[in-house]
Design a protein. Structure first.
Ligand SMILES: [Zn+2]
Length: 84
């Protein structure tokens, strides 16, 4: 079974549809049992939807987006460590 850190690392591929087959099925199984990762994926989906809907002038730079995503990922991994 995938671990929470796998969900964080590959959340973008999951949401974009790049992830297929057994890996995607494993993702779904993990999400079925882990409310923390369901919340993470929901937040990631919301973040992506909001960033896409913003006009280009209001959108954050790629570096700003990467910094925010890194903070979210680090927070999720930290919470994952607390549950191991
Ligand atoms: Zn999880």
């Amino acid at each position: 079974m995938l671990r929470c850190r796998d969900i964080v690392r590959h959340g973008d591929a999951f949401l974009s549809g790049e992830m297929r087959g057994w890996k995607r099925a494993g993702f779904w199984v993990h999400l079925l049992f882990c409310r923390y990762c369901r919340r993470y994926i929901r937040q990631l989906r919301t973040t992506q939807a909001v960033s896409i809907s913003l006009p280009p002038s209001a959108a954050a730079s790629d570096a700003e987006v990467d910094a925010v995503l890194a903070c979210i990922a680090a927070d999720a991994v930290e919470k994952d460590r607390g549950r191991d």
